[in-house]
Design a protein around this ligand. Structure first.
Ligand code: NCD
Length: 500
């Protein structure tokens, strides 16, 4: 068995194929013990006291209860909350502080669910104890992926290689399909077939990533076409809570062709999986299918409990505990997102820095955004000198101000309004530092939640710049950056998410 001692569980891509197989193997052991009447009395239980903090900032039934039940069956305890109400999150407490509290209160591990992509990577960066991702925004749900893998393992002769699986429902706004397909991408000869309305279809960044990991991805017209070639069909709920400007009625309409009813499964020897919950109004799975032999999702939920037992046991089974230091790692303060630009010594007469000796100039901003940034920085009320100006015939604007050293929050709020701004710090009338401030462009990324103070960090994934937190690829849109400047920035980045 691979050593999982004190491991964080953030993204399924952090697991090797051996680790996934090991956990499934132990999940099967848990299943066999359960079936032989040894739910509580097996050798798989904590011999030291263990307590889990269970922080669900978004609603959850299975992941929360499944994890808590697993702790209980392993002889551990848990406490926490479900929904922000009743917690200090409603008082604008940050994720960082919430995690530090769990550490201070001697919890041995934390499971958390959060609406922002990458929030769990941040929680893990902050925490001294292991952190488990119980779902972060539309990003990942690694424990769901592991339990889905256990289900496939149990029903596919303990292997994954050569598997063809069908996906349906909402491939765009959910996190379970992303995590499961990435889990499968660790294995050989995997084919994913899917059929869904365009709006609910597989995001391009995901299909590109899967194909780069040698997964065959095939889009088909109908659910029956997908069903005809697969042993497993993984249906998902349209994530209406994450859809802007789309009503439930419209989603019902989109789902008409793609719901799974008896006519869709008729004649197929397929196992129907679903992470649950099923939306009973949209009824992406017709209730009559519940009574047919294809229904496998309640068993999948039980495998969920068993997999969680296996995982928590492996993370926490050792003796001893992590002592609280009370300190934050200094690496949590700053990002690595400042792309250094060359300072040209020769500045043309009448250029933007005239009439400020000390201050800041933001350049290459989209037209008219300078005023919005000045407003956001509250420059007028704070008594700073500033000039927001549009550059004629260029659709560009710039902002110069005698505010020295804007804070990270200020730079972030500028980059939200005007992506990839060039920032110049000016001293004695000269530019002394010049950089492009990169901020992840995924709207739902935790780094964009300004008051969470998550430092924007990127890594170099084989030449692709990716956000450390939501792991989405980053495309720079600042034409002034030269190839050499970009290249040396990319080379300065770490080659993977780890280490911090
Ligand atoms: C899923 C989730 O929260 O991502 N539920 C779960 O954890 N089993 C799927 C969903 O909400 O549709």
């Amino acid at each position: 068995m691979v050593n999982f001692k004190n491991r964080d569980v953030i993204s399924i891509t952090d697991f090797s194929p051996e680790e996934i197989l090991d956990l499934c193997g132990l999940g099967k052991v848990m299943y066999d013990l359960e079936k032989s009447g040894r739910r509580y009395n097996s050798e798989y239980k904590f011999t030291v006291k263990r307590k889990l903090a269970s922080f669900f900032c978004e609603s959850s039934t299975r992941t929360r209860l499944g994890t808590n039940a697993a702790m209980y069956e392993l002889n551990g305890v848990f406490d926490g909350f479900s929904g922000a109400e009743g917690t200090s999150l409603t008082k604008n407490e940050t994720i960082r502080d919430t995690i530090m509290m769990a550490n201070a209160l001697h919890y041995d591990a934390i499971i958390m669910r959060h609406s922002k992509d990458g929030a769990l990577q941040w929680a893990a960066d902050v925490s001294q104890t292991p952190v488990i991702n119980g779902g972060d925004g539309i990003n990942e749900h690694p424990t769901q992926a592991l339990l889905d893998m256990l289900t496939l393992y149990m029903y596919n002769n303990n292997k994954f290689d050569g598997l063809t699986i069908g996906f349906g429902g909402d491939l765009s706004h959910g996190r379970t399909i992303r995590s499961l397909s990435l889990a499968l991408s660790h294995f050989d000869d995997i084919t994913i077939r899917w059929a869904a309305e365009d709006f609910l279809g597989m995001p391009k960044d995901l299909s590109d990533l899967l194909q780069s990991r040698s997964v065959k991805v095939e889009r088909l017209e109908t659910v029956r076409e997908v069903m005809s070639g697969v042993k497993f069909y993984y249906m998902t709920r349209p994530q209406t809570e994450r859809m802007k400007d789309v009503s439930q009625e419209q989603v019902i309409e989109m789902m008409k062709k793609y719901r799974v009813d008896l006519s869709q499964v008729d004649g197929f020897d397929v196992r129907l999986m679903h992470p649950l919950p099923v939306n009973s109004k949209i009824a992406e799975i017709d209730y009559r299918v519940y009574f047919s032999p294809v229904q496998s999702f309640f068993k999948q939920a039980e495998f969920g409990l068993l997999l969680r037992k296996a995982l928590l046991y492996e993370i926490l089974k050792h003796d001893g505990y992590i002592q609280f230091s009370g300190k934050l790692d200094p690496k949590l303060e700053f990002g690595n997102n400042k792309l250094k630009r060359e300072i040209k010594t020769r500045i043309k007469e009448g250029m933007f820095i005239d009439n400020i000796l000390y201050g800041t100039c933001l350049d290459h901003l989209p037209s008219a955004s300078a005023q919005g940034i000045a407003d956001g920085w509250n420059l007028k009320d704070r008594g700073y000198f500033f000039v927001p100006a549009n550059i004629p015939k260029t659709n560009k604007s710039f902002l110069k101000t005698d505010l020295i050293d804007p804070t990270e929050r200020e730079l972030k709020s500028a980059a939200i309004k005007a992506p990839d701004p060039t920032v110049n710090y000016i001293k004695d009338g000269k530019v002394i530092s010049k950089f492009v401030y990169l901020l992840c462009k995924n709207d739902n990324c935790i780094t964009r939640a300004v008051n969470e103070d998550v430092p924007p960090k990127f890594y170099n994934d084989d030449g692709t710049i990716r956000c450390r937190y939501c792991r989405r690829p980053y495309t720079l849109k600042n034409q002034k950056v030269s190839e050499t400047e970009l290249k040396s920035f990319v080379q300065s980045l770490p080659k993977s998410v780890n280490p911090l």
